[in-house]
Design a binder for this molecule. Sequence first.
Ligand code: PLP
Length: 387
Amino acid sequence: MTNEEYDQAMQMKSHAPGYWPAEALERWTDHKWQLRNRINSLEAIEKRINLTREERSGILLSGNKLAMSITPHFMNLVDKDDPDCPIRRQVIPRIEETWDDPTELSDPCGEDSHMPVPGLVHRYPDRVLFLVTDLCASYCRYCTRSRVVSGVGEQQLETQYEAIYEYLENTPTVRDVLLSGGDPLLFSTAKLDKILTRLRQIPHIQFVRIGSRIPIFLPQRITQELCDMLKKHHPLFISIHANHPKELTSEVQEGLIRLAEAGIPLGNQSVLLKGVNDDIPTQKALVHKLLMCRVKPYYLYQCDLIEGSSHLRTSVSKGLEIIEGLRGHTTGYAIPQYVIDGPSGGGKIPVNPNYVVKHTDNQVVLRNYEGKEFIYPEPNSAPAFLE
Ligand SMILES: *Cc1c(COP(=O)(O)O)cnc(C)c1O
């Protein structure tokens, strides 16, 4: 990425009306209009962009596994001609999704075996993942829960709300509830308010957070009304999901700032994806832009071993190289923790470049971001020297 490309990536312009007629601008900010006008057929997409054969076949087969759905807002970020467009690779199916890879799994993080009640994943002692819906505004082609989301896959998500509340009431070790799905912000404000109110009635639940890609796919949903409701339930955090600097448009930034103004701390969870964001300049532009939107990069995930994701997965060395390219080279707040969700249920495992060159009883030999070595003597040890 040249300086010019970096400057371009840092721009936050709106892309409306883009692939829509000028009249659409009147309805553009109405999130219900955005949802009704999602792109979910080959015909609708072919009217707008030039597809490759791989994409056309992928779209025709997507109904068997993970539906295609793209909001007009997000569709406008897709390049018309370039099949390698980083936005396009995230939401437009490709034939590679049907390829078999023996290392892939339908439940890559082993969630189903950690569900005490359908719809509730309890893997860590003090926190739970509450899957409130199986629907999203748009579907990411590398979805870690493609087995249950979008309503066309092999399994149905049958969340048992009352049984979940009862389980939480009877499990005092749980102090943190993470609402996810599917996308919780797809619910009406009133419905989400009811869920949050119910959770807030459980005294040992201290912390509530929501994982959502709505601020990116459908920023029009981040209304003042929604923010006013959310702020009644503090401390409440939101984790968003942006993978590329292009996703952070002016509409997205406005929505994020509205959330931040409601006192909601914001984090970003991104997925390391081949051809989307697996290089240092793209990641740098992404994390810088996130800070401009008042979002702290939280996790960078190695892509899960989800079925049909081989064309989007990149090596762990690449991830380590990216973290190394950020640490020391930019603001500490901008650096996410790189993690691998242990296949079949290991939970999130941090993966870090190694800065400890040597560690003895007396001292640690460290390397800094420039590759220079430094000695830190352990307490009560002889004066430091390079062994
Ligand atoms: C990611 C996740 C959490 C939350 O983990 P944090 O590291 O606290 O963000 C909780 N439960 C499950 C099952 C998860 O996958």
